[in-house]
Design a protein. Structure first.
Length: 223
C-alpha cells in the first residue's frame, strides 16, 4: 500500500490512518508524508506503545475506538487503512463517512481481502468473514464519491508445519479469520485432522497451506 501511494507522490497536510495497530503501514506512511498532521486510530489504546516511538517528531493525535462510529477530523487530504475494513459491519456507510470528512482531491488508500482469502479455514470450519470481490469493493468506493486510481488483487499461499500454527498465525496477525469462534479441545482436534487431510501440501514434508487474497486500492475524491 505504501508503494502504491509513493507512486502518487502525495503531499497531504491532514491525514488519518484507520486501524494503525502495531504500525506496519504507519512507519511507511510517515516516510512518505512526514509533513502531515497525523491522526492515528485503533480499536485498542494498547497500540500507543507501538505507535508513539514512531511519532516523536510528527504532529499527531490518537483516536481510540471503533472507526465506524468514531468522530473523524474534517478536511482530510489522505485517509489510509491496511487490513481493517473487512471487520466493519457497514462498509458502504464507512466509505461515505470517509468522503464526508475529506477535501476534494483527497486520497483514499485501502487494503482488504477478497472472497478466496483463508479459503482453507472457511472450508474446514464453515466460518469466515464476509469478503467483497475487488470489483464490488471498487464499486462501493466509486459510489461514495471517489475515482479509482489503482486496483490490484492477487493470491499468495503460505505454508505451515501444522494446522495449529495456521491458527496461531491468524491470531498474531489479526487480519481476518473465522470471526468469533469458541475453540474447544475437541473442535481443535477435528480442525487439525480435517485441515491436514484436505490442505496438506504434497511433497513438502507434511506442511499445510493458507491462502491470502489481498486487494489494494487507491482512489481520489471527486472535486
Amino acid at each position: 500500500m505504501a508503494d502504491e501511494l509513493a507512486l502518487l507522490q502525495p503531499k497531504p497536510r491532514r491525514a488519518l490512518e484507520v486501524g494503525a495497530g502495531t504500525g506496519l503501514l504507519t512507519r511507511e506512511l510517515l516516510k512518505l508524508v512526514p509533513q502531515a498532521h497525523w491522526w492515528l486510530n485503533d480499536l485498542s489504546e494498547k497500540a500507543e506503545a507501538y505507535l508513539a516511538p514512531m511519532l516523536a517528531k510528527t504532529k499527531h493525535a490518537f483516536l481510540w475506538g471503533d472507526a465506524e462510529t468514531l468522530a473523524f477530523p474534517g478536511n482530510l487530504e489522505l485517509l489510509a487503512s491496511a487490513s481493517t475494513v473487512q471487520w466493519f459491519d457497514d462498509l458502504p456507510r464507512f466509505l461515505k463517512k470517509c468522503a464526508a470528512h475529506s477535501l476534494p482531491g483527497a486520497l483514499l488508500a485501502l487494503s482488504t481481502f477478497g472472497p478466496e482469502n483463508f479459503r482453507e479455514v472457511r472450508a474446514t470450519t464453515g466460518r469466515a468473514l464476509h469478503y467483497y470481490s475487488a470489483e464490488a469493493f471498487a464499486e462501493m468506493v466509486v459510489c461514495s464519491g471517489y475515482e479509482i486510481l489503482s486496483l490490484r488483487d492477487f493470491q499468495t499461499e503460505l505454508l505451515f508445519d501444522t494446522p495449529a500454527e495456521v491458527l496461531r498465525h491468524i491470531k498474531a496477525t489479526g487480519t481476518s479469520g473465522t470471526g468469533y469462534f469458541r475453540w474447544t479441545a475437541g473442535r481443535l482436534r477435528e480442525f487439525e485432522l480435517k485441515y491436514r487431510r484436505d490442505f496438506g501440501a504434497p511433497g513438502l514434508d507434511g506442511k499445510v497451506s493458507l491462502t491470502y487474497a489481498p486487494i489494494l486500492l487507491t482512489a481520489r475524491k471527486y472535486p
